[in-house]
Design a binder for this molecule. Structure first.
Ligand code: PLP
Length: 480
């Protein structure tokens, strides 16, 4: 094992300081790598010929500052989040030195260590709690069936469409038969299918501001003009949209849990939106990406459940309830639109979704595992959300105030006015955290500043505290 403190010299600074400084330098210079085990207290003390307490003082400081992590009987390790180059102090930098605003959205999944998502990744279900054994059984069963190995039907595997229609009726108040449900590989593919089926290329579309960046990017790529419609404390401001962008033919909204502010669109706004669509011969895409997760009160019914005029194109995803690697999402449309969507499905470039996966999901839903899993995750996420909020609470005085949303899978942390959330997020990313800045979800426009932190993979109180301490340290803020 590398011995960082072998040259500790009596007489200079105190020995524990020398040990601390040597470890820190070796970690920062990359001579000790993240995840590497370091000597035990006893072994190091013996080797250096110093008291155990001396090594303990140095280790405590390294642990407290997040350079090392203690993993009980397994030993002490270099933190996975210790990066060779530590960021500069940003008390001033955060105020003045914002990098030029980027037109591209931030990466939505930031992966480190060959596939392990970074802490605070948004929109990622609890990977440690996914019932892998059960899933493996369902997959194995499908592999044995020859049918699942052929080319898939373009609109989706019928038993999955049936299972989703029944689920959506039960849980989201949507009345649709299986033929109205279309299976696609992702939410962005739902948008592409909708634009193609309804012939919307060249039209204008309202998008929420702030809003999920891939929505605007995808619509632009599909040839639409994007109109930013502000979101206030009640969600998208329909009157603003009508006043500023009267000719739009599409609105893409997240009514159950606005992404990213978390507000739910109240009934009056829902009615205004539906009225606008029927008056203007326009369409509404309802992106119901995580409507299942609500921790106060009952899950809200989908906007689609109020859609007597058939103007709402409902988009759901299995990424949040199962896992994003599945690449299975779905679109639900009014009965009269079914032929248009069927034709558009035959035109899609991706050629349908793997039937093997669709069949396994159909089994997962129809055998009752899906509803049970959602129920279990709702309880788990409520706990993890509270743990992360609790770990952040002591930093409120430093200007990081948690805005607890009623639902969803992330927290919005307001940051004090003199700090730049874009700079903070980029420092956090440099230190290995998948943190997003609220400003980036508004294309860099001025307004409320905040950080978006996923809580679903924060496993316990210890981890929450440690991750938050490391995150705050990555900002290198000076208290006060
Ligand atoms: C607002 C929003 N819509 C939709 C999605 C779903 O995307 P996909 O189906 O590509 O996983 C996400 C995923 O993070 C999201 O945050």
């Amino acid at each position: 094992m590398t011995q960082p403190a072998a040259q500790a010299k009596p007489g200079a600074s105190p020995i524990h300081e020398q040990i601390y400084a040597r470890f820190r330098a070796m970690i920062e210079q990359g001579q000790l790598s993240p995840g590497q085990k370091v000597s035990s207290l006893r072994a190091l003390a013996t080797e250096l010929g110093v008291a155990r307490g001396t090594v303990q003082v140095a280790y405590d400081r390294l642990l407290g500052e997040g350079y090392l992590v203690a993993r009980g009987p397994a030993g002490t390790f270099v933190s996975e989040h210790a990066t060779p180059a530590q960021p500069a102090r940003v008390t001033q930098a955060a105020v003045v030195a914002r990098p030029p605003p980027t037109q591209d959205a931030p990466d939505h999944i930031i992966e480190v260590d060959g596939g392990t998502p970074a802490p605070f990744q948004m929109g990622l279900p609890a990977l440690d709690e996914f019932p892998r054994k059960l899933w493996a059984g369902l997959m194995a069963r499908q592999v044995r069936k020859a049918g699942s190995l052929t080319k898939p039907a373009p609109a989706g595997y019928m038993p999955l469409r049936e299972a989703l229609a029944a689920y959506l009726h039960r849980s989201r108040g949507i009345d649709a038969y299986a033929g109205q449900v279309f299976i696609v590989p992702a939410y962005t593919a739902s948008l592409a299918l909708t634009v193609d089926a309804l012939g919307l290329a060249g039209e204008s579309a309202w998008v929420e501001h702030p809003g999920y960046p891939p929505t605007a990017q995808t619509l632009k790529r599909l040839g639409l003009q994007v109109c930013d419609v502000c979101v206030d404390q009640h969600g998208i401001d329909v009157a603003f949209g009508r006043a500023h962008f009267p000719t739009a033919r599409l609105a893409v909204v997240t009514p159950s849990h606005q992404s990213p502010t978390g507000v739910a669109l109240p009934l009056q706004r829902r009615v205004e939106l539906l009225d606008w669509a029927s008056e203007r011969d326009a369409w509404i895409v309802e992106d119901d990406y995580d409507g299942e997760y609500r921790y106060r009160g009952h899950p809200l019914p989908a906007l689609k459940s109020m859609d007597s005029g058939g103007r709402v194109i409902y988009c759901g995803t299995l990424s949040k309830v199962l896992f994003p690697g599945l690449r299975l999402s779905y679109v639900v449309v009014a009965q009269n639109l079914v032929p248009h969507f069927e034709q558009a499905c035959r035109r899609t470039a991706h050629g349908g979704c793997p039937e093997l996966l669709q069949a396994a999901v159909a089994g997962f839903i129809s055998e009752g595992h899906f509803s049970r899993h959602i129920k279990r995750m709702r309880t788990l996420y409520a706990r993890r959300r509270a743990l992360l909020a609790e770990a952040l609470a002591p930093y409120a005085a430093e200007g990081f105030v948690v805005h607890l949303q009623d639902g969803g899978m992330h927290l919005l942390v307001d940051v004090r006015d003199d700090l730049d959330d874009v700079v903070l997020a980029s420092l956090a990313r440099a230190a290995g955290f998948a943190v997003h800045a609220l400003t980036t979800w508004r294309n860099g426009a001025p307004g409320r500043r905040g950080l978006l932190l996923g809580f679903t993979n924060v496993r316990d109180r210890e981890e929450a505290k440690r991750l938050v301490a490391e995150l705050i340290r990555s900002f290198e803020l000076q208290a006060g």
